[in-house]
Design a protein around this ligand. Structure first.
Ligand code: PMP
Length: 382
């Protein structure tokens, strides 16, 4: 018998290397932005989720500093014990007003928001129907809940309808879960049709607005607003870490549902409250999103510029600032990412197992310049 119980790890790492699945971190050495210092080299940054360039905004930084000076670094406990501060509630009210829901609650990350919410809402006697390309946090939330989990084909309401007809009646509760913006493709779920099906089959709907909040819809409220579904009954979640430039997650829904989650979501009850600095930065971000629609308008202008530069290439269908260049293999994606990096352009290669097919992923920011897109187009054509 093998005497080292850890020897399999080295073998597994070798397998990961051989499959070109190995991942390592890259160090950014200065403030977040459309141009960053990446391991000693100044590069155009197409790898950031900071769509509105708020992560380095002086107003967020100053709000965080003020909260640090007022409250200190850590929140020192869970929300129900010593961790709750006035600014947590202020942020929650602001999220509820952006989303036009009765209430909201903030978690320490979007990932924890999904895990805690799903495990609280459904259990062994219940069914989860999820889009096959859902984010990892939704897939793991589904597992954690103990419910029966069935995937439906990506954005395919016919398949969802078929599966609901087939399975719904055999279960007590049913939760449909989907990303609104699919993070590795940039396409959108057919929200109005999914909401109709949820209503028809008496199902709850959890919508992941992580990449939509601050980006989609007239006021930046997300895809619910974009699809004119504001006010319809569903559960929205999202992150404070992308367009909002901070850290943390949220759930926005009816007052009763939020009250229930405060009593049942383990990943909220048994973890330390969001730090004062992150809370204050997210609050400042939502105020900017409300008052400066021009940032979002610039983001969309930039998205159109990028699409124009990439026309003629194999671009995956996208209605968002996430634009992917489809490639044939992980090696091709890695080689092209390397070539771009040598030319001063940072765009990550996204490969299996994260996605079914390899691609380069470009995320647009409001502060990218026309010359950045031109440079990218030149290198790709060169
Ligand atoms: N959902 C989606 C669709 C995401 O892309 C992410 C972040 N990658 C999350 C949830 C998790 O959010 P957070 O980073 O705040 O944990």
């Amino acid at each position: 018998m093998n005497s080292n119980p850890y020897s399999w790890i080295e073998e597994s790492l070798e397998t990961i290397h051989k499959a070109h699945w190995y991942r390592s971190v890259k160090t950014i050495q200065n403030r977040a932005g459309a141009m960053v210092e990446l391991e000693g080299k100044s590069v155009i940054n197409f790898a950031s989720n900071d769509y509105l360039a708020l992560a380095a905004d002086e107003r967020l930084i100053n709000a965080a500093i003020e909260a640090l000076l007022t409250y200190g670094t850590g929140s020192t406990g869970s929300r129900l014990l010593s961790g709750h501060r006035e600014i947590h509630r202020e942020l929650e009210s602001k999220i509820a007003s952006l989303k036009q829901t009765e209430d909201a609650m903030v978690f320490s990350s979007g990932y924890l928001a999904n895990l805690g919410t799903m495990a609280a809402l459904v259990g062994k006697r219940d069914l989860i129907l999820g889009d096959q390309y859902n984010h990892s946090s939704l897939k793991n939330g589904a597992k954690l809940s103990g419910a029966t989990v069935i995937d439906y084909l990506h954005c395919n309401t016919e398949d969802l309808n078929k599966k609901l007809s087939q399975y719904r009646l055999s279960y007590r509760r049913c939760l449909i879960v989907t990303d609104s913006v699919f993070s590795m493709d940039g396409d959108l779920c057919p929200l109005p049709e999914i909401l109709d099906l949820a209503q028809e089959f008496n199902c709850m709907l959890l919508l992941d607005e992580a990449h939509a909040t601050g980006v989609m819809g007239k006021t930046g409220a997300g895809c619910v607003e974009y699809f004119n579904c504001t006010g319809r009954e569903l559960i929205q979640m999202g992150t404070l870490s992308k367009a909002l430039g901070s850290l943390g997650g949220y759930v926005a829904a009816s007052e009763k549902l939020i009250d229930f989650l405060r009593n049942r979501a383990s990943s909220w009850i048994y973890t330390t409250a969001l730090s004062p600095a992150d809370t204050a930065a997210a609050l400042a971000a939502i105020k900017i999103i409300e008052n400066e629609p021009q940032r979002r308008q610039q983001l969309w202008k930039n998205t159109a510029l990028l699409k124009k530069q990439l026309s003629g290439f194999n671009i995956l269908p996208s209605l968002t600032p996430i634009i992917c260049l489809g490639l044939d293999s992980p090696q091709q994606a890695l080689e092209l990412a390397k070539k771009l990096l040598e030319a001063g352009i940072f765009a990550p290669a996204i490969r299996p197992p994260t996605v079914p097919t390899s691609r380069l992923r470009f995320s647009v920011m409001a502060t990218h310049q026309a010359s950045h897109f031109q440079q990218l187009g030149d290198v790709l054509r060169g």
